[in-house]
Design a protein around this ligand. Structure first.
Ligand code: UD1
Length: 420
């Protein structure tokens, strides 16, 4: 298994380019299932989750061809209705096949994703919405089995603005009979990107990016080309890498509007941010980081996917910071690993109280999930001495060539094979 070896303490300098958003590319690729006609998707990040999505789509009968960051999909001959456990267990986003398969083929069988390291993560809201659209759903033998000769438009009010739940219901509604109005939905930019792609395919969608989305069902969708939006979580991670090392880093190719809440918090910590034409940001820090209070919230609030990275900064900030995680109940698995590096963090339910220390100490640590891994890498960049992050396969699910991009900024970081 691969590990990331970091010698900390070098301020990062230079320019880094952000790739396509994993969380936008996943639903966009899944949306190929909605009809025939060639779909050409560019700026798809080459990360493990997208490889898994490609495998799932191929298994369902989609012709999938990948050339670098371009994925070409043709879904005229989709016949299989089953997303098996072996794939779903490695990537929860496989649930995104449910809505498209059901609405296109009248039936879908998707393995129940089950829990994962960061929480129980149910999909009840996806199922409730589809049921309101007329689907008959049984959960048996670990599978969600859904049937509907044709879904019917409905008014659906979500109890919580679930991201993939909103995406599943939008895709299902595209081919439903009549109009579906979705209320209290997620407003994440990735949902707007999915809707932009669906609209290019001939879907009729109004309200993406607000908390009410209306979809008028159409008979079929056609092919289309689309370029995936930049990854705001990757961009945020590089901004924090510049900030934690006290460097001077320009993060290019991101949409700064998507990072507003996070920028505010980083600035509160004493980091200088200069926006560059809405397409990039320069990060500089010459004074010690200051403590800050942060609460994760659905977009446009502070993203839970940047919580672990932010905690690395809090660990070396002057004073006492508080991080409150409101989205996932179990998302503090990086805390015991940060303790190993000398961080002073007390967890009390959804709150983590972080007493900043002047310097972390490099140590062997273990990644528990995708974003926690990124938090540990940031901590390693700021720590004294050597940090070895193991279980890097979590990182590879969502970050493209992270160590190469950090090396180009001057970081002493390498991918190495674990010696057992
Ligand atoms: C998506 C993102 C993930 C991000 C998360 C929150 C993708 C592929 N993944 O995950 O990176 O961390 O949004 O921004 O886009 N919930 C229910 N019932 C449901 C569905 C969700 O109770 O039916 C709860 C979850 O347990 C969790 C909260 O809602 O506490 C948010 O989950 P959700 O927005 O669904 O996250 P994902 O779509 O899985």
């Amino acid at each position: 298994m691969d590990q990331i070896r970091i010698i900390g303490g070098t301020p990062l300098h230079g320019v880094v380019e952000v790739g396509g958003a994993k969380n936008a590319a996943l639903p966009i690729l899944a949306a190929s299932l909605l009809g025939g006609g060639e779909c050409i998707i560019d700026h798809v990040p080459q990360v493990q989750d997208l490889v898994t999505m490609g495998k799932l789509l191929a298994l369902l009968g989609v012709e999938v061809q990948t050339e670098g960051g371009r994925v070409m999909l043709e879904a005229s001959n989709v016949q299989s209705i089953e997303a098996p456990y072996d794939l779903v267990k490695t990537m929860r986003a496989s649930i995104l096949a449910l809505g498209p398969l059901l609405t296109r083929l009248g039936e879908a069988k998707v393995s129940l994703p089950g829990g994962c390291a960061i929480g129980t993560r149910p999909v009840t809201l996806h199922l409730k919405g589809l049921t309101m659209m007329g689907a008959e759903i049984h959960v048996e033998h670990g599978y969600i089995h859904a049937k509907a000769s044709r879904l019917k438009g409905a008014r659906i009010d979500l109890d919580f603005p679930t991201v993939t739940g909103t995406e599943n219901l939008i895709m299902a509604a595209c081919l439903a009979d009549g109009t579906t109005s979705l209320h209290h939905v997620a407003r994440e930019p990735e949902i707007m990107d999915l809707c932009a792609f669906l609209t290019k395919r001939g879907a009729k969608i109004v309200g993406a990016g607000t908390d009410t989305i209306t979809i008028e069902g159409v008979r079929e969708l056609h092919g289309a080309s689309h370029r995936v939006m930049p990854d705001r979580v990757e961009a945020g991670t590089f901004v924090m890498a510049g900030a934690i090392t006290g460097g001077d880093v320009t993060v290019k190719g991101c949409v700064t509007d998507h990072l507003g809440t996070m920028f505010t918090k980083i600035q509160e910590m004493g980091v200088e941010l200069t926006e560059e034409d809405g397409e990039g940001v320069r990060v500089r820090r010459s004074t010690p980081l200051k403590a800050v209070e942060v609460k994760t919230l659905p977009y446009p609030g502070f993203p839970t996917d940047l919580q672990a990275q932010m905690m690395a900064l809090m660990a070396v900030a002057e004073g006492t910071s508080v991080m409150t995680e409101t989205i996932f109940e179990g998302r503090f698995l990086h805390v015991p690993e940060l303790h190993r590096m000398g961080a002073l963090i007390d967890v009390d339910g959804p709150h983590a109280v972080v007493k900043g220390v002047p310097r972390l100490a490099g140590a062997p640590v273990m990644a528990s999930d995708l974003r926690a891994s990124a938090g540990l890498v940031l901590a390693g960049l700021a720590a004294e001495g050597e940090t070895i992050v193991s279980r890097v396969y979590h990182l590879d699910r969502g970050y493209e060539r992270l160590e190469e991009k950090l090396q180009a900024l001057g970081a002493q970081v390498q991918r190495v094979r674990e010696v057992i």
